[in-house]
Design a protein around this ligand. Sequence first.
Ligand code: M6R
Length: 611
Amino acid sequence: MCGIIGYVGEKDCVSILLNGLKRLEYRGYDSSGIAVLNKEDNRNEISMVKRVGNLKKLEKALSKKEMKGSLGIGHTRWATHGKPHRLNAHPHLDCKNEILLVHNGIIENWGPLKNELISRGHKFISETDTEVLVHLVEDYYNGDLVKAVRKALSKVEGSYAIVVMSKKSPNQLVGARQDSPLVVGLGNGENYLASDIPAVLEHTNKFLIIEQGEIANITKDKVEIYDRNEKLVNKSPFETNWDISSAEKEGYEDFMLKEIMEQSIAVRETYRSHVYKYKISLDESNLPIDIIKNIKKIFIVACGTSLHAGYVVKGVVERFARIPVDVEIASEFRYKDPIIPNPSLVIAISQSGETIDTIAAIREAKRKNAWILTISNVMESSAVRESDGAVYTFAGPEIGVAASKTHTAQIMICYLLSLYLAKVRGEITSAETAYYLNILKEVPSKIKSVLDNHSKIKELANIYYKFPDFIFIGRKYGFPAVMEGALKLKEISYIHAEAYPAGEMKHGPIALVGENCPVVAIADDSSVYNKILGNISEVKARNAPVVALTTIGNEKIKNLVDHVIEVPKIPEEFSAIINVVPLQLFAYEIAKKLGCNVDQPRNLAKTVTVE
Ligand code: M6R
C-alpha cells in the first residue's frame, strides 16, 4: 500500500505535495519522492527529489533544494517489489526523462512486460513492478497522454492507482484506477489527484471518486473522466464534512475497524503479488530447491497473533507438503536448547519484523545451522535482514495495536507457502495447485461477505459484552482461529478469554463453563463437524450460552445453540482465513460497547522490542 498525490494549478506545489504525503504516510513510509515541472519562462524543467526512510528525510532534502513548479506528483512508498532504495522510490521516469509516474498497487505481469520492453530497447533502473508502466506510456505516447495511459493500462494485469505527468503536456495530469483508490479534489483554478480525501482536505472539500477502470484527465480548470469504453462520464462532485483526523481513518471510528475492513484488499494484494497465472512465485524467499526437497522438519517461531498464523502453517504444511512442523513460542525457543535436525527450515513470522523474541529465536536457529525464512509485512525489517530469505505480506501499514489485516495476510502467505512446498516436493501436481489457487483467489470476496455482515455481529456483541469470561473452542483447522479470537477479545476488551481444542474441554476447562461463561465455537462444514457438535452439546448441557460460527445454510445447528454467525463455505484447510474475521469483529464490537480504546489497548505496544 502506498500513497500518491498530484497537483495541477498555478501555485508552487512542492509544499502542497509534501503536506499531502504527510497525510498519506500511514499508507507507507519506507521511501518517498516528489517531482515538479517548472514552467516559468517556458523552461519546462523537471526537478525531482527522492529519499529512503520516512517523510522527514524527504522534507529535509527538499529544504536544501531550490525546487519550484505548478504541476507535480508525489509518492510515499510501502515496498512490495524491490527493497526500500532511492532507485525503487517513486516517481519513476521513462527513458527520455520526460514522463513521470507514481503508482499504488501491484502489476502482476510486470516480469514478462519488463522483458518485452527491454527487448525493445527500454532501460530500467529499478527493481519495481511500477517501472514497466512508465515505459509502456512512453511507448504509446504520441502527443496524447490520456491515450498513451489507456493503451499502457490495457497491457497490464493487477491493481493500480496512478498519476502521470509529462514534460510534453505541461498543463495536465492523468490519473487512473483499478482496485486501488483514487480521488479527484476540485479546487478553484487548481485540481488534485490523491489516494484519499485527507491528503488534500486542507485545500478543498469537494471531491469526485474515480471508479474501477476509469481514467481522469485533469487540468487546472477542467476535469474529464472516461470509462473503460472511452466514454466521458458525468459525475457530480460531493462535499465532505470530515475533519482531518476522522478523514485519516477514512470515516471509520478507529484504525482497528478500518484495518479489519481492509482485509479483503490486504489478502488480495498478498495473493496477487505471489501468484501469476496459477504459478506461485516466492522468489524473494531465496529458498533453495534442495533444501525444500530434503527438509526434515519445519519450526515456526513467532509471538502473539503471528504465532497463531504459525498454527495455520502447521495444519496446511503437514496436510499438503507432508513435512512435520513444530510451532514454537519465540520467547521460549532460545532457552530450551532446541534440537534442530539438519536440514531444517525455521520460519519466523512477524508482521513488524522487529519483535525481539522472534529475532532472538532466529539467532538461536541460525546458530544451529537452520535455514531461516521470515514472513513479514515490513521489507528490510531486522528479522528479514537476519534471515536467509523472506516472504512478504502486502497488508500496508497497520496502526491499531491489535493485529487484524496483517494476520489474514499472513494466513494467505501460509497457504501459498504450503502449496509451493508441496508442489516442489512433488506432493501435489500443477493441476491440483491450480485448483487450490482458484479457491484462494475467491477468499477476498468471501472475506468481504463476512465484513458485510458486520451489523449482525454488532447485535451479538450487544448481548454478550456483559459476560466476564469466555471460552473459545475449535478443532483441527478451526483451532488457530479460536486462539486468535480469544486473544483479540482479551487484548482489546480486557475480558478474560481462553481458547481450547474442543476435545480438551472434558479434561478440565469444562469445569469453568456455566451460564456466566459463554462458549464461542467454530462449527463450520468440516471433517470434525460432528465431533464439535458433540462438544457443543456438552457445554450446552452445563447451561453455557453458545455462539456458533457455522457455514451459511446450516439451519439445524440453530436448534442447539443460542446464536450463530454465518460464514461462507470454503474447504476446511482454508477456513482459518475466513473464520477469524467475524471473531475480530466480535471482539471489536464488545470492546467498543465497553468503551475501550481499541487502537491503543492498555499495557500493550504495537511492536515489542524488549524481552
Ligand atoms: O510484529 P509481530 O507480528 O512480531 O508481533 C507479534 C505480537 O507482538 C503481536 O501479534 C501481538 O500479539 C498483537 N498485539 C496481536 O494483536
